[in-house]
Ligand binder design. Structure first.
Ligand code: ATP
Ligand code: LTN
Length: 326
């Protein structure tokens, strides 16, 4: 199967992104044709400082490699290196209705949070995402729950195009993990953990040092009834159980048993330690990869060339179908 997914280079990769997305990408690398990108054009929908933006893109790429995404197995690249994305996005935007875009939850959410910068890109964001996916004829798109709506729109656009111009695009299926599809903020367990959250205590980055990770888990918001069980009315504890389970491989039920009768303090420490143990090798490899920028850029460009070859084939087909002279 062909797998496609991407992540925006904003903030830093959180354990939410890791559990909801990257961890599943790793599992899919063997036996599938995987393509993963850093969606820097999507990130432009919020204001970016050019120097920081450049550095963060490199840092994200190093984090991809440190997590175990392997350029020998998968195509890893940066979106802006493959101009076919913007070209297809324009064509698809002429086949997408404003009504479909302005009801997207993420658009409403981000408009509320960036009142002084509700730009056109924020609205057309899902069209660029559809172009990303459709260019590569992906069968499956592994994402967190927050992207489900965008995936549905991508499917609608693909079906619409195919109906009008004949079979062109593969209609992709979302892959949303049963557990961990929505890791929530450590400070407000009703909201998703977001990598651009202004409160650093709300999220844990995959490259946070151990003492910061432990401190954040110790401060995690829970409740006061001191029972460690997974349940809807205990969002803080349930979130910590999901995180523990994702990083240790133990099921939620096993974890509930393990912590039966223990206090919240001990439980939070154990979650912190499990996360530190799992992330330490990633943090070490990250430092190694980041120390050789020339090599990082070489791998990045190589990925872009491979991606661009696939993308160009689809784009040519699309242009022909819609009546562009090619
Ligand atoms: P931002 O806060 O900048 O919007 P984000 O944290 O939502 O960023 P994205 O780059 O939008 O991150 O998403 C990358 C991937 O991580 C997507 O597949 C998304 O569904 C997934 N993801 C993001 N946040 C979570 C979360 N809290 N739990 C599980 N998966 C998540
Ligand atoms: N919008 C996504 C990031 C993204 C993406 C994609 C995910 C951009 N292009 C293509 C899957 C497939 C997000 O996570 N916010």
């Amino acid at each position: 199967m062909r797998i496609y997914s991407a992540i925006q280079p904003t903030g830093c990769i959180t354990i939410g992104n890791y559990i909801g997305a990257v961890k599943n990408w790793l599992a899919m690398q063997d036996g599938n044709e995987c393509i993963f990108s850093i969606a820097n054009q999507h990130a432009l929908t919020v204001r970016q400082d050019p120097q920081e933006f450049r550095a963060r893109t490199l840092s994200f790429f190093a984090q991809f490699l440190a997590c175990g995404l392997d350029p020998e197995k998968s195509i890893l690249y940066v979106q802006s290196h493959v101009p076919q994305h913007s070209e297809l996005a324009w064509i698809l935007s002429c086949m997408t209705y404003i009504g479909e875009l302005d009801r997207m939850t993420q658009f409403k959410d981000k408009s509320r949070k960036n009142e002084d910068n509700i730009n056109a890109g924020l609205l057309t964001y899902p069209v660029l995402m559809a172009a990303d996916i459709l260019l590569y004829k992906a069968d499956v798109v592994p994402v967190g729950k927050d992207q489900k709506q965008h995936l549905e729109l991508t499917r609608d656009i693909a079906i619409r195009f195919n109906n009008r111009f004949g079979e062109t695009f593969v209609v992709p299926e979302p892959y949303i993990p049963k557990q961990g599809a929505k890791i929530t903020s450590l400070q407000n367990p009703l909201e998703k953990m977001s990598k651009s959250d202004k409160d650093a205590n709300a999220m844990v980055s995959i490259i946070d040092p151990p003492d910061a990770i432990m401190r954040k888990f110790k401060r995690a918001v829970t409740d006061s009834d001191n029972r460690i069980v997974f349940s809807e009315d205990k969002p803080g504890i349930s979130n910590l159980l999901s995180i523990y389970s994702a990083f240790t491989g133990e099921s939620i039920e096993e974890a509930e048993k393990r912590f039966e009768g223990k206090g919240y303090g001990d439980f939070k420490l154990a979650v912190g330690e499990a996360v530190v143990d799992a992330l330490t090798p990633i943090r070490n490899k990250y430092a190694e990869y980041l120390s050789d920028k020339a090599e990082l850029e070489r791998i990045m460009k190589e990925g872009a060339e491979k991606a661009s070859r696939i993308a160009e084939r689809t784009l040519q087909k699309v242009k022909k179908k819609i009546g562009f002279i090619i």
